[in-house]
Design a protein around this ligand. Structure first.
Ligand code: 4VP
Length: 178
């Protein structure tokens, strides 16, 4: 993808893969102006994936986008995308319980919302673990808005490479069946 991002509309519908400077690899999709999907390929909660997370999505200045949300786990996230520079800055605010029991969150969260909400009551919230990191964008795709094929299965080893090398989506940004 070689477009220059100027407006909020340019950003919505874009699918990204990026690696934080701490080595954590994430995949994230701006599904529409208030919804994000994501999949985590590397790091403390690798294997977790989420669809239809509600978020605040704004353009700060031309080509710079801020996304903020709070999750059923109690984890808070703020991302600042600078796609024209192939980079972003993300800050994740993990409750203490996610740091101590990350395995509880490593699942398709949408099917386990009750467990996330019960865990955030059962375990400790404080002190939070704050992880502020820059990341390098390694893939951008124009998936279009509200495309449920973008994040539609659990992450597997090699998935980011399959996507980057064009083995995962067809020309209409539909999953190529395996
Ligand atoms: C905890 C979710 C999350 C999703 C994307 C990202 O870049 C950081 C955190």
């Amino acid at each position: 993808m070689t477009k220059t991002f100027k407006t909020l509309a340019d950003f919505l519908g874009t699918h990204f893969i990026y690696t934080y400077d701490n080595g954590w690899e994430y995949e994230w999709y701006a599904k529409n102006d208030h919804t994000v999907d994501y999949r985590i390929h590397g790091g403390m909660v690798a294997g977790r994936w989420v669809k239809d997370q509600q978020a605040d999505i704004v353009m700060l200045t031309e080509g710079v986008y801020k996304i903020s949300w709070t999750e059923p786990t109690g984890t808070d996230v703020a991302l600042d995308f600078m796609p024209n520079e192939l980079k972003l800055h993300g800050t994740i605010f993990f409750p203490k319980w996610v740091e101590e029991h990350p395995e509880i969150t490593v699942t398709f969260q949408n099917e386990h919302i009750d467990l996330m909400e019960a865990s955030r009551e059962k375990y400790e919230t404080y002190p939070k673990l704050v992880v502020p990191e820059f990341a390098k964008i390694t893939y951008m795709g124009d998936a279009g808005e509200d495309n449920d094929e973008v994040i539609s299965e659990a992450p597997y080893a090699g998935m980011p490479t399959d996507i980057r090398e064009g083995r995962y989506f067809d020309a209409n940004y539909q999953r190529i069946s395996r």
